[in-house]
Design a binder for this molecule. Structure first.
Ligand SMILES: Cc1cc2nc3c(=O)[nH]c(=O)nc-3n(C[C@H](O)[C@H](O)[C@H](O)COP(=O)(O)OP(=O)(O)OC[C@H]3O[C@@H](n4cnc5c(N)ncnc54)[C@H](O)[C@@H]3O)c2cc1C
Length: 413
């Protein structure tokens, strides 16, 4: 009598424990017959950076992951301002519609999102101090992962969730290159009590602009206030030294880039607590023609798959959407990666293509033909939604997936 042997589980190795990796692990923990290991290079899972925006698209995927109710802290950002940073003139005030909204848009601390995701990770899923050094394609036998500590592992599917400087991507897409965009970002958190005397509008989330810089202020909950300041320098001149990510810098260094601003803004920058500023040099890379490689044994999620350097301020949401879609595709096809990965690719790649196209559109070349300071800042208004951007900020990945499944017809399993 023939004995039915159980199908061995699909061994999935996720590289990276950012929002993309954690969301992928949560989504896959609900997929039948999958064995998940998440390898993270850090000794402790700790988010660098200050605040993060959670809008409708990100809430949608957090709901699908079952994580939304664990994210309880943050500042509602119903009102968003754009201001002239030199004159203090109000350029734009956006009031978000509240009707029928289950979760308010919020600005929260990055650590809060991470803690909410971690609370849903199954025990013994994450291995820390595991920095992926290289990978070997074993053909039918899977992928061999080599870590910097000299250990190794084998997986049937490797999910590259290792961020913009992805080793997984660089191993499988050997020609891929990221470049400094010219934008440097400095971020810090400080108690609101330290700055609340400065300006009546500092309590409202908003951007204060000059033509080549902006300063973003927002409450992030728990009495903390965030400053995220950006400056653009010609990358042709400044690229060589720009490799920093989360590097401590002193107050004077940050302040030196924002001397044109209102005195109250300069004072706010100077009130950051010592040793709390972190510098981030923004890198970006071109669109990939596929988000999978090595004969359906590698898939990329999050920043590894679309090196856009936070261009839409929603990259954590995109990363989590990727992880959720990948898990649905595997479940749809009983973990057959040859069918699941092309479907994942078909759903997510055009979405990223649309983002690249949006960023390359001629209308975005702000300031061309405009000479005055005030006119240039008027062209820089950031609306974080509205203005035809619902395809990003209102994206309902669950509905997108339902449509995909409907389109598969009877052959889709
Ligand atoms: C200035 C700025 C502001 C932003 N604001 C927002 C916002 O408001 N809202 C939002 O949704 N998004 C925002 N983003 C984007 C968001 O931060 C990223 O898109 C998001 O963190 C991507 O998640 P990820 O999991 O793909 O990668 P990451 O968060 O970069 O995580 C990658 C993980 O992989 C690990 N890793 C890397 N290499 C290895 C290796 N070799 N071996 C093992 N582990 C490795 C890293 O330690 C890290 O933990 C912003 C980005 C920037 C730059």
């Amino acid at each position: 009598m023939a004995i039915d042997m159980p199908t061995p589980p699909l061994r999935v190795a996720i590289i990276g424990g950012g929002p993309g990796g954690l969301a992928t692990a949560i989504a896959l923990s609900k997929t039948p017959n999958v064995e998940v290991r998440l390898y993270e290079q850090a000794r402790v899972l700790r988010e660098v950076g200050a605040g993060i925006s959670i809008g409708a698209n990100t809430w949608n995927v957090l709901e699908l992951l079952g994580v939304a109710d664990s994210l309880t802290s943050g500042h509602p950002t119903w009102t968003m301002l754009n201001m002239n940073g030199r004159s203090g003139e109000e350029l734009h005030r956006r009031e978000k519609a509240r009707e029928g909204v289950k979760h308010p848009p919020i600005r929260t601390q990055r650590t809060k999102l991470q803690a909410a995701l971690l609370a849903h990770i199954k025990p013994r899923t994450i291995e820390l101090c595991k920095k992926l050094a290289r990978m070997v394609d074993l053909g039918e036998a899977g992928v061999e992962l080599h870590f910097e500590d000299g250990t190794m592992a084998i997986a049937d599917l490797v999910v590259g969730a290792d961020g913009i400087r992805s080793v997984v991507r660089d191993t499988a897409w050997t020609d891929y290159e990221i470049k400094f965009t010219g934008t440097t970002i400095w971020r810090t958190l400080l108690p609101w009590d330290d700055v609340k005397d400065l300006h009546p509008e500092f309590g409202t989330t908003g951007w204060w602009h000059t033509p080549t810089t902006h300063v973003y202020f927002s409450h992030v909950g728990e009495g903390l206030w965030e400053i995220a300041a950006r400056a653009w320098h010609d990358p042709a001149v400044h690229s060589a030294s720009k490799v920093s990510w989360g590097v401590p810098v002193d107050n004077a260094h940050v302040e030196s880039h924002f001397t044109e601003y209102l005195p109250q803004i300069r004072t706010a920058l100077s009130r950051a607590r010592p040793n709390t500023w972190r510098e981030f040099a923004a890198f970006a890379g071109p669109e990939l023609s596929h988000l999978m490689a090595w004969d359906h044994k590698i898939a990329l999620v999050g920043d590894a798959s679309h090196a856009l350097s936070g261009a839409f301020g929603s990259g954590a949401g995109f990363a989590m959407e990727d992880g959720w879609v990948l898990a649905q595709a595997l479940a749809q096809f009983g973990n057959d990666t040859r069918k699941a990965l092309p479907l994942f690719d078909e759903v997510r790649r055009p979405y990223y293509a649309q983002m690249y196209a949006h960023l390359a559109a001629p209308s975005r070349k702000a300031g061309s033909g405009v000479s005055s300071f005030d006119e240039k800042v008027r062209r820089k208004i950031i609306t974080d939604g509205g203005g035809g951007m619902a395809w990003i900020y209102e994206n309902d990945i669950g509905a997108v997936w339902d449509e995909v499944v409907d389109g598969l017809g009877d052959g889709g399993s």
